[in-house]
Ligand binder design. Structure first.
Ligand SMILES: [Zn+2]
Ligand SMILES: [Zn+2]
Length: 331
């Protein structure tokens, strides 16, 4: 049996280990994908750091996969060998539960997730359900990788905040998702206010370079009240902070899968019909819409490449906030 190199997690809070493991075989309805690039997402950090319960172990993390279909399992008709695809976080849904039946497959009761409950893309090959692979143009794989989660989840967050309807849009946490969403928002004529860690002038300059009207620390007030705020930093204290900057009737949407506890806050911050919601996962429709939209904006991603075996360094750089844009592993 052929082998491959993979970076695997054996227990939370331990570094990933570079290992030689058997190349996975696609089952019925699945494809094997030769990984060309895999983005490093904050969710990977939450898995590795033990902040998300019950990952598959040992686990190959990674859910921003761009690759080439390498082998087809039984019954796969919509994809062909050699085809370029993207594999996202949502890896499988049941199609039968009440959420699936209601068109909310992102909330499927039995959903499986790439790089969490299924092996992901920190490897030379991975296996994916063909129905959850997005066909991609055969262009720069490294540049496309962050679109698969930072882009998709960011898009859903933006959509749940009203899409291009809010005129004044705030983004808290200016990392991978924000730098993609900023380009979409600006192309749609929205005025963008970027909030970073206080004192992070580098991230603020990055946001201004992308076209933000204003950039400052999360402890600062924007020049005008916000119609909507998107939260991409995993910091619960930002919830009341953002609510305080949103006008009556405005909305705050949190895009992260994990957040530190939200401190108590006066009802007055929520009153006047402000609303607060979270985004969970994605639907295939989000993926199809966003991936069609991205080249039309066009969205350019800023990435830093790491060899596969340096996944731990990429995770450390993300954890310590040493990145602008997105880290991408290139096997
Ligand atoms: Zn379901
Ligand atoms: Zn992600």
């Amino acid at each position: 049996m052929s082998e491959m190199r993979a970076m695997r997690l054996h227990a939370p809070n331990q570094p990933l280990r570079l290992e030689r493991v058997p190349r996975p075989e696609p089952g019925p309805g699945e494809v094997r994908v030769r990984v060309l690039a895999c983005g490093v997402c904050r969710t990977d950090l939450h898995v590795v750091d033990g902040e998300l319960d019950h990952p598959r172990l040992p686990l190959v993390p990674g859910h921003e996969i761009v690759g080439e279909v390498d082998a087809l399992g039984e019954g796969v008709a919509d994809l062909a060998a050699g085809q370029r695809v993207g594999v996202p976080w949502l890896g499988w849904t049941c199609g039968e539960c009440a959420q699936c039946q209601a068109g909310r497959e992102n909330l499927c009761e039995r959903a499986e997730f790439t790089g969490y409950t299924r092996d992901g893309g920190y490897a030379e090959y991975c296996v994916a359900d063909a129905r959850y692979c997005f066909p991609l143009p055969a262009e720069d794989a490294q540049a496309a990788a962050p679109l698969l989660c930072a882009g998709l989840i960011g898009y859903r967050t933006w959509r749940l905040a009203g899409g291009d309807e809010p005129r004044r849009l705030g983004i808290y946490g200016f990392g991978a998702a924000a730098h993609i969403l900023a380009q979409l928002a600006i192309a749609r004529g929205q005025t963008l206010y970027a909030f970073t860690r206080p004192g992070d002038t580098e991230a603020q300059a990055f946001a201004r370079r992308l076209g933000a009207d204003w950039a400052g620390g999360s402890d600062e007030a924007p020049p005008e009240p916000l119609d909507a705020a998107l939260l991409f930093a995993p910091v619960g204290a930002l919830v009341p902070t953002a609510l305080a900057q949103v006008r009556p009737g405005g909305v705050v949407v949190s895009g992260g899968i994990h957040m530190s506890d939200i401190p108590s806050f006066p009802y007055g911050l929520l009153w006047e019909e402000r609303s607060l919601k979270s985004v969970a996962n994605l639907t295939r429709r989000d993926g199809e819409e966003f991936l069609a939209l991205a080249p039309r904006v066009p969205i350019h991603t800023e990435t830093t490449a790491y060899p596969l075996e340096e996944a731990n360094r990429a995770l450390d750089d993300l954890r310590e906030g040493r990145l602008s844009g997105a880290a991408v592993l290139v096997p």
